[in-house]
Design a protein around this ligand. Structure first.
Ligand code: GUN
Length: 293
């Protein structure tokens, strides 16, 4: 039976370190890390994520502001808000929750955020730095960064000789995850919906990262004996066994069967999710430290 990687605990460890460093930064320089979270519309999942990001920022002792805009907010209004936040010396991190309503060009919005405050790591400057392996000054997207810390707990920092397969090629997770694994010397393959014989490819993975957003798509018999499995998916599915209208969260991996074969595996919930929020706090702290000099 696999070791269950406790992301909740790991996330709490990171957040505690961030809170301590934040207090020290305030004492030393008077600079308090500031995070602005922007949400447009009323997507219930996004509302939950945004509320927990703002709450965690407060718990870390940050200046935390949340801007909640109506679903029909014009793109120009959102861009104007970003300009204001870019110019606000009390704000060190800006996060615009995705997805945005269809009438807003997400790409334009992301590129409007100052790369120095882009704690999501989605701006082309930060994407380019990560791609070029310039990790010391890049903001790295939070979910892959948090996943790497969990992998580090099992394998250490050097993944030389290990095969990593990342299932999913999104800009938010799959591609940056692959770049981080590569920077740690893993031999990396990115798989996606057009990959031939995905189960066979997954069975070559010493480290298997699932980031496709499809409930329990990765089956237990796709997992190599002893592999480390990182499940990035958070999917809400109906759970009639819990009562009418009830639902439950599952990952992209069929957990019970995968745990029979894996050496270590992240659960859902309580795996990668809490790490994502913790890394957002870490990125905001780093941004504040840079601005304090
Ligand atoms: N929506 C889902 N994941 C994320 C994320 O990491 N950042 C932002 N901004 N939106 C998201």
């Amino acid at each position: 039976m696999a070791e269950i990687i406790d992301g909740k605990r790991a996330g709490e460890d990171v957040a505690a370190k961030v809170a301590k460093a934040s207090a020290e930064l305030v004492d030393r320089t008077g600079v308090k890390p500031g995070l602005a979270v922007v949400i447009v519309g009323e997507d219930p999942a996004s509302q939950v994520y945004v509320a927990s990001k703002s709450r965690k920022a407060r718990e870390c002792g940050f200046h935390s502001v949340q801007h909640t805009l109506a679903e029909d907010t014009p793109e120009a209004e959102l861009l104007a808000l970003i300009d204001t936040l870019n110019a606000d010396a009390a704000i060190h991190g800006i996060l615009v929750q995705l997805p945005l309503p269809a009438h807003i060009d997400s790409g334009k919005v992301i590129q409007a955020i100052s790369p120095d405050k882009d704690v999501d790591g989605f701006h082309f400057i930060n994407v380019g730095k990560l791609g070029a392996g310039v990790l010391d000054t890049a903001f790295v997207p939070c979910t892959p960064a948090g996943s790497m810390l969990l992998i580090e707990r099992i394998h250490g920092r050097d993944l030389s000789g290990l095969n990593a397969v990342v299932v999913g090629r999104s800009n938010i997770v799959g591609k940056p995850m692959a770049n981080l694994l590569l920077a740690a010397n893993a031999t990396v393959t990115i798989a996606h919906s057009r990959t031939k014989d995905l189960p066979a490819l997954c069975r070559t993975a010493d480290i298997l990262v699932a980031a496709v957003g499809r409930p329990e798509m990765v089956k237990g018999d796709w997992v190599k004996e002893g592999a480390t499995v990182v499940d990035v998916g958070i999917n809400r599915i109906p759970a009639p066994e819990k009562g009418e209208g009830k639902s439950r969260l599952v990952g992209d991996v069929e957990f019970a069967s995968a745990a029979q074969r894996a050496g270590a595996i992240t659960p859902v919930p309580g795996g990668v999710g809490p790490m994502t929020i913790a890394m957002l706090m870490a990125n905001t702290l780093v941004s504040a430290c840079r601005s304090a000099g």
